[in-house]
Each structure stands twice: as C-alpha cells, then as structure tokens.
Design a protein around this ligand. Structure first.
Ligand code: KG4
Ligand code: ZN
Length: 397
C-alpha cells in the first residue's frame, strides 16, 4: 500500500510517501520520498513556537514539499487535461477558505497533475498546535476530495512510538514488534508522558507532566542562558563539554518530583531555578554556562530515569520505547540504556536519529498500523490523546 503522510503539528512541515509491504511475518516500510522543512530559525526570536507563524509557514510550504515528494517517488506525471472537476474544486476552495495561499498553490498543481498512485493519505490530527494541525488536516482532506483517496487520521505520539520501532539503515525499515507489556517514554517539546502498552495499539497514559514538557525545560533554560532555540541540542553540547573537560560542578538544581509516589513530572520549577541561578551569576562565563547546562541535563536525566524505573517495575514491561525530540539526547539515552540493563527481561528501543524529531516518515509508520477511513470529515484536535478518547479512525486491523 502506498501511503502519503503529512505532519504539521508543530514547527516542522513533513511529507513522506512510503510503500508498506510484508516479507514472511515481517512488516516492512520502504521510503519512496521524504521531505522536511524546519521553521525553527523563524521561531527562534520568540524562544519557542509561535502558532500563527507556524500555520502560515505550513500553508506556504505544503504544496512545494508535496510536489518535491511526488517527484522523489516518481509519481509526478503531467495530465493532458485537468482531472479534478470544477465542482470538486469548489468544495476544496470552501475547505481551504482560511488558507487562500495554500488553495492557490494547490489549484495550480491539481490542474497539471495525474492522480498519483497513492492508496491512503495519513495526516497528524493531534496532539499539537491547533492552527498548525488544521492546515495539514485540511490539506489532506483537500487531496482526499480531489482524488477520492481515503484518509488515516494519525496521532502524533503514536508516530513517535512507531519511529522507535523502525529498524534498518537504508530506505526500507523493518517494523519491530515489541514484547508486551511495553512502556513508552515520550519526551518532546510538547509532551512528557509515560504510556503503558499492554498489547498492540492499546495505550494507557500512566504519567505525564503537570506543567512544562521536558523539551520546554531545555528550550526555556537555554533561552535564559542566551542560547538559540531549540535549546535541547545546545544544552546537550555544553553539558558534554563540561563532562569532557572534567569541570568541577559548583551548582545544584532541584530534581522535581524525584521521590513522589507517582509517575508524574513537573519541570516548570526547574526552569525557575535556572532563572534564579542565572540571575545570581549575572552574565555567565562560557565555563559557567557549561556547568549550568550539565547540571540541568543531570537533573532532567535523573528524574526521567527514576520515573521510568518505577513504571518498569510497576508494569513489568518487557520493552521500553523512548521517543520524541528529546530522545535524541545522548546522555539521556545512555542513562536509560543503563537502567534497562538492570531489567534482564527488558529491551530498550530508540528511534534512529533522523526519525527522533518531528517528520513525515513517522506519521507514515504509525499509519501503517491502521486501516484507512472513508470519512473525509476528520478534524484536528490539539489535545488528542493516545488512549482512545477522541480518536476517529476506521476499523482497526
Ligand atoms: O518531537 P519534537 O521534534 O517536537 C515536538 O513534538 O515537540 O521535539 C522537539 C524538542 C525540543 O524541545 C528540542 O529542544 C528537543 O526536542 N531536543 C533535544 C535534543 N534534540 C532535540 N533535547 C535535548 N537534547 C537533544 N539532543
Ligand atoms: Zn513530536
């Protein structure tokens, strides 16, 4: 099956086209096309993602990225005459009423394009920034209307989980089947969640952040240190330098909720502690910056490890899936690998680095678990949860 996947939940516009197939009992996914445009630099001056700017950028970039993806997949074939009727174009115009630029681009494309050999259109319908999600959802609905292709509304967090199950270095991934029960630690700029997975495609959120997400703690603290957005990789590089240079730690930051009797997190106090620390330092020297970064990374890592350990014990998980942008962090990866080595029955899975942060491929991978729906009336839901509530989709496989 050929799946086109669209991701616009945050500040990356991602489009992928994949072919899902099997070899014996192996589920395989071959990447036919992959395009990704990050808006991170555009949001840098705001120190975080600015939703209406994200929406505008997605609307501007979707058609060019889609066109490029079709070309990569060798699916860009010119039609002798337009294949989409005036009536359908009217419907699409209405649908994209709030995205006139996107509509203008799309009309030009549809006028010259033959229907590509795509069997289903997957689109992130949540969670994420509502205005950003809607652009992707409406774009997917427009393509679905134009060509009569069914949709697969896809949960962004399931995309991160699927990304961690993709194995292989070339363009064909083998989708690893976890041993159950599994546990997912989802750590990104918008989420910090522990998810119990008793069996295939069943999710139960067992822990989450009460305030800031772990990626936000990195990003906001980085900003306080005068580092550019996204702050995670910057903090991580400075922390590594502090370790490699053997700098003696002179600062101490709190480990919020480290010993509480639950699986929840709280990171806003940590950010406040970084603010106070930076204020007390004045203008940090490069060395002081490295030490603050290291202390922050250590504090975050300790909390993540402690809560994950507790969840592994409570649920007897056999597979730990770590995913989301923060899963790119080498120090956190190492600490979680060490943790799982204490559980002889368990294995740990991280996404390939190129699949760690938001992209279209991960949405295609998650969509490969689901059946397309004929319902074209799907909507975006900023708070879409993984555990079934709010999930609109076709019959499960
Ligand atoms: O999953 P993602 O691309 O977008 C969301 O869904 O939020 O995650 C982005 C987050 C940002 O907060 C970024 O600072 C963080 O992931 N991040 C990192 C690293 N690379 C990305 N955090 C810590 N260490 C890293 N190496
Ligand atoms: Zn994400």
């Amino acid at each position: 099956m050929h799946i086109l996947a669209i991701e616009t939940s945050c500040d990356e516009t991602g489009i992928a086209i994949v072919d899902t197939h099997t070899n014996g009992d192996k589920a395989l996914v071959t990447i036919l096309a992959e395009t990704l445009l990050s808006q991170a630099e555009k949001h840098a001056e705001y120190g975080g993602v600015y939703p209406s700017l994200a929406k505008r950028e997605h609307a501007k970039n979707l058609v060019p990225l889609f066109t490029e993806a079709l070309q990569q997949a060798q699916m860009f074939e010119r039609a002798e005459r337009p294949e989409v009727s005036k009536e359908v174009l009217e419907e699409i115009k209405e649908l994209l009423e709030r995205e006139p630029e996107l509509f203008a681009h799309l009309v030009i494309l549809l006028a010259q394009l033959k229907k590509p050999s795509i069997d289903a259109i997957a689109v992130t319908n949540g969670p994420g920034l509502e205005p950003a999600l809607w652009v992707g959802v409406n774009f997917a609905r427009a393509l679905s209307l134009a060509w009569g292709i069914p949709l697969i509304p896809t949960n962004h967090m399931e995309g991160h989980i699927a990304a961690a199950l993709a194995e292989g270095e070339d363009s064909t991934y083998n989708m690893y089947t976890p041993s159950f029960p599994a546990l997912a630690l989802l750590i990104s700029g918008g989420h910090t969640e522990l998810v119990h997975i008793p069996k295939w495609k069943e999710y139960e959120k067992i822990g989450s952040t009460r305030d800031d997400a772990v990626g936000e703690a990195f990003d906001k603290s980085a900003r306080l240190l005068g580092l550019p957005y996204p702050g995670g990789p910057e903090i991580s590089a400075l922390a590594l330098a502090a370790r490699e240079e053997g700098l003696e730690q002179v600062y101490s930051l709190p480990r919020p909720m480290l010993t509480t009797d639950d699986l929840n997190f709280s990171f806003s106090g940590l950010k406040t502690a970084v603010r106070n620390l930076v204020q007390s330092i004045g203008t940090p020297t490069p060395e002081q910056r490295k030490l603050v970064a290291r202390e922050l990374e250590d504090a975050i890592t300790e909390v993540l490890v402690a809560k994950t350990k507790r969840a592994l014990e409570l649920h007897g998980a056999k597979t730990l899936i770590v995913s989301g942008g923060v899963a790119a962090n080498t120090h956190i990866r190492k600490a979680l690998e060490e943790l799982v080595s204490e559980f002889p029955e368990a294995t740990v899975h991280f996404p390939l680095r190129r699949l760690s942060t938001d992209n279209g491929v991960m949405i295609a991978l998650a969509a490969s678990f689901h059946t397309p729906t004929k319902d074209t009336n799907i909507s975006a839901n900023a708070h879409l949860s993984l555990d079934g509530t709010n999930r609109k989709e076709g019959k499960k496989q």
